[in-house]
Design a protein around this ligand. Structure first.
Ligand SMILES: [Zn+2]
Length: 243
């Protein structure tokens, strides 16, 4: 990406943020040491790519960024515009000078890692003016938060409160059942029992053909459904459902 032409009058002002006062309270990696009030994280959607983008910013006296333009481009699709977009939203301490300040922010995109507890863009600030960005991909598919949290969902068959459990995910194409085959009778019996005897007894969930980062998923389970399901399988030994 081309370096934007600097305005001849631009004055590079050394940050005049009382360094001693801050040094007493700031931890290493504290953005306040660099006069940063807000460091916006860049977008970093799925398939975290890695690369480093340095962005030149002009900071107005009120602390907002007036221009943000990349001065290094890793030639990785979209990393540069994401870094520029985020840099434009950083906020610095105001200065008494009417001149803009010129600085370089560094965004280090570190790729993807699997995590059971975190998901989305994770950032770590490093002095000076450097933001490490990582994409945490969940290994557990979480259930959406319940809107009516005080109304515990219940099993419509057994009347029991459902409890949250984490079960394995199975990916892949479902096996078909051929109409008229000996399996069809058992398969119909299983699907009927699934609806009427153990709708909340699953030991795993199906997530379709596209394999995601998630290996396990949260599900709501009824213990009586679980027992009914296990009893059903005991009376149908060797049967493997196509669900
Ligand atoms: Zn139940």
């Amino acid at each position: 990406m081309a370096i934007t032409s600097r305005v001849a009058l631009t004055v590079i002002v050394v940050l005049s943020v009382a360094p001693l006062a801050i040094a007493e309270i700031a931890e290493p990696g504290d953005p306040r040491v660099d006069g940063v009030r807000h460091h916006e994280a860049p977008r970093y959607p799925k398939c975290g790519l890695d690369g480093t983008v340095a962005v030149h910013v002009e900071v107005a006296s009120d602390g907002t960024v007036s221009t943000a333009s990349a001065i290094s481009d890793p030639q990785i699709l979209l990393l540069t515009p994401w870094a520029e977009e985020a840099a434009a939203k950083w906020v610095f301490v105001p200065s008494s000078s009417k001149w803009s300040r010129s600085m370089t922010l560094t965004f280090i995109f570190e790729g993807t890692r699997s995590s059971a507890n975190e998901s989305g863009v994770i950032t770590r600030y490093e002095n000076p003016l450097t933001l490490h960005v990582e994409l945490a991909e969940p290994t557990i598919a979480r259930l959406p938060a319940q809107e009516n949290g005080d109304l515990a969902p219940r099993c419509e068959i057994h009347g029991e409160d459902l409890i949250l459990e984490i079960v394995p995910i199975r990916y892949g194409v479902q096996r078909g059942v051929i109409i008229g085959s000996p399996e069809e009778v058992v398969a119909r019996e299983y699907w009927d029992a699934l609806e009427t005897r153990f709708p909340h007894g699953s030991e795993y969930v199906r997530f379709g053909c596209v394999v995601g980062s998630e290996k396990r998923a949260e599900v709501m389970i009824c213990q009586s459904c679980r027992e009914a399901r296990r009893t059903w399988f005991e009376t149908h030994p060797g049967y493997s459902p196509p669900d």
